[in-house]
Design a protein around this ligand. Sequence first.
Ligand code: PEP
Ligand code: MN
Length: 341
Amino acid sequence: MIIAMRADATPEEIQGIIDKITEVGMQALNLPGGDRTVIGVASSIPADMREPLTELMLSLPGVDHVAQVSRTYKLASREFHAADTVVDVKGIKIGGREVVVMAGPCAVESREQLLAAAQAVKEAGGRILRGGAFKPRTSPYAFQGLGLEGLKLLREVGAQTGLATVTEVLDHHDVEAVMAHADILQIGARNMHNFPLLVAVGKASRPVLLKRGPSATIDEWLLSAEYILSEGNPSVILCERGVHPLDRTYTRNTLDLSAISVIKEVSHLPVIIDPSHATGSWRYVPAMSRAAIAAGADGLLVEVHPDPKQALCDGPQALKPEVFARLMDDVRRIAAVIGRG
Ligand code: PEP
Ligand code: MN
């Protein structure tokens, strides 16, 4: 349920509504908007209480109207927050007019490797450098990332090239360290259901890039976003990276492009596409990227490596710098056609 206050409602009237909701044992969310305040009831309301609660709210001063919310997520829903959220990362606006491309290697391997990738990303027009320091690998014997050393290199190379940075935080104990070194905290697909980690990044003062779990429904994904938002962090960027496939013969996952349209309808949060993990093959990355931008994605997260054959992680899906540069030309052309150039 949402209670929309009149534009001239006083702070006392707004507080009166919040107190009343709390008094009946429910959680109130105060959502100040541009021209009016909306108060949400976060708790699920038993069917037999819906009508009396609506009547009660309508009888209180300052209330304009009451509407029922159909979604289980609240703060992430468009019903609660009509305007698009624009996440600001060092002046780069994600979810606004610009299509923002984040790119770089799967893992930070060395200063030389990261710098070469970052220079390629920068020259081609990418805005944000990606690079994993803590790698969630399927096998415990695979390269696990450089850890703190990787974070330091990411920060150094980001500063040197003037790119903002994004990197995965795997464990809630590492949030502070990752925050000290990177501009965006990435929650990987495997961790979308890691609730203590979501709570920890919800308390952090950095935007969060939240990947969709490979078997997660859109509602589950948005409920994970809700964990972050409800802790007070409003800057969540959703990232679709492919869902569990029917057939792994040709692609690693199945890119759910329709998620872009669904998210734009039901949520106000920006949504980007990771075509690299979605397909697992560099050959399919340019086409899926073009399709994502045409479909209205706010940006891309793409793996780029100066020498994919030597990559310690995800080489087969990494773009060479020259392929990435061509892709960026295409992205700019498509963005211009859809009025986002
Ligand atoms: C990544 O982007 O580095 C990554 C591990 O991706 P995902 O969590 O989508 O598998
Ligand atoms: Mn990867």
